[in-house]
Design a protein around this ligand. Structure first.
Ligand code: PMP
Length: 292
């Protein structure tokens, strides 16, 4: 991944992709003092760019640091990087981290860095499997109590258990893993939020210890616009038997139907299909509206 062509925006400069390096004594690498975003461009325009870049700044604050750029400056840097890379449809990855000026848990005077890399990432899941519905395992790791970690931040450290869970699932032939939270309630997948369908209504867990995804909020809006009732509540895994459809959503995953979670079975149906189509139409319409 580190030897491509193109450029990366790095602390205000464009550097060749292969030269966007950091020192091994970077605090962010040792102590997970880093936050990031995942955004998608459609038709040359980044969907919900402002919301993502504001969340990046907010995530930094939750980790006790100020990213030394305003949201306008980060937006502009993303737009310029996308233009330099020359992609229409692409994935945008800003990341901010504490630098290598100090080593140790305490690192108050480290410099805060920001980089933005953009690459083409067509479908997060195998496209054929995605349409049939992906198979999801039940993760062993649980989302931490908000008193245990700053769970509202999109912070790199919170992804340690996501990578562990995703790898365990992939070893068993699954595409992803569903994580419960510390109470045993259904939380989310390793990089996406979850929705279930029962009697024509959508049910989704309350995002009180995991990311309230920007895609999640978009999907809730699309469902409401269709007159579909959305119920945000605590969902226990035992209830999964009673749901007919399930899908996950996130910037990278978009809206992806689920056919299985461990012993539970779902059939991607009308509501999943409608929201999948509405989501694609919305991100494309956004690109046209911004371009106009
Ligand atoms: N949960 C996790 C753990 C994620 O990594 C993501 C992707 N950022 C999401 C949920 C969905 O968030 P969004 O819709 O804002 O991309």
């Amino acid at each position: 991944f580190d030897s491509r062509d193109g450029v990366i925006w790095f602390d205000g400069q464009f550097v060749p992709w292969a030269e966007a390096n950091i020192h091994v004594l970077t605090h962010g690498l040792h102590y997970a003092s880093a936050v990031f975003e995942g955004e998608r461009a459609y038709g040359g325009k980044i969907f919900k760019m402002r919301e993502h870049n504001q969340r990046l700044i907010d995530s930094g604050k939750l980790l006790g640091f100020d990213i030394p750029y305003t949201v306008d400056e980060i937006d502009r840097a993303c737009v310029e990087t996308l233009a330099r890379q020359g992609f229409e449809d692409a994935y945008v990855r800003p990341i901010a981290w504490r630098g290598s000026e100090m080593m140790g848990v305490a690192a108050q005077s480290t410099k805060i860095h920001l980089a933005i890399a953009i690459w083409q990432w067509p479908s997060y899941f195998d496209p054929a499997e995605r349409l049939k519905g992906i198979r999801v395992d039940l993760a062993e790791w649980r989302r931490p109590d908000p008193r245990t970690a700053p769970s509202k931040a999109k912070a790199t450290g919170l992804y340690m258990i996501c990578t562990l869970s995703k790898h365990a699932a992939e070893r068993k032939g699954y595409a992803d893993a569903m994580m419960l939270d510390w109470r045993g309630q259904v939380a989310e997948c390793t990089g996406a939020n979850m929705f279930f369908v029962k009697d024509g209504k959508l049910h989704t867990p309350m995002p009180d210890c995991f990311l309230d995804g920007i895609t999640r909020r978009t999907v809730i809006g699309l469902a409401k616009a269709r007159g579909i009732e959305v119920i945000e509540r605590a969902i226990m895994p035992e209830e999964l038997d009673g749901f007919s459809e399930c899908f996950i959503c996130g910037t990278a995953a978009e809206v992806t139907p689920v056919s299985e979670i461990a012993q539970w079975r779902f059939t991607p149906g009308e509501i999943t299909k409608t929201l999948m189509d509405d989501y694609s139409a919305t991100v494309r319409a956004h690109a046209k509206a911004v371009a106009a």
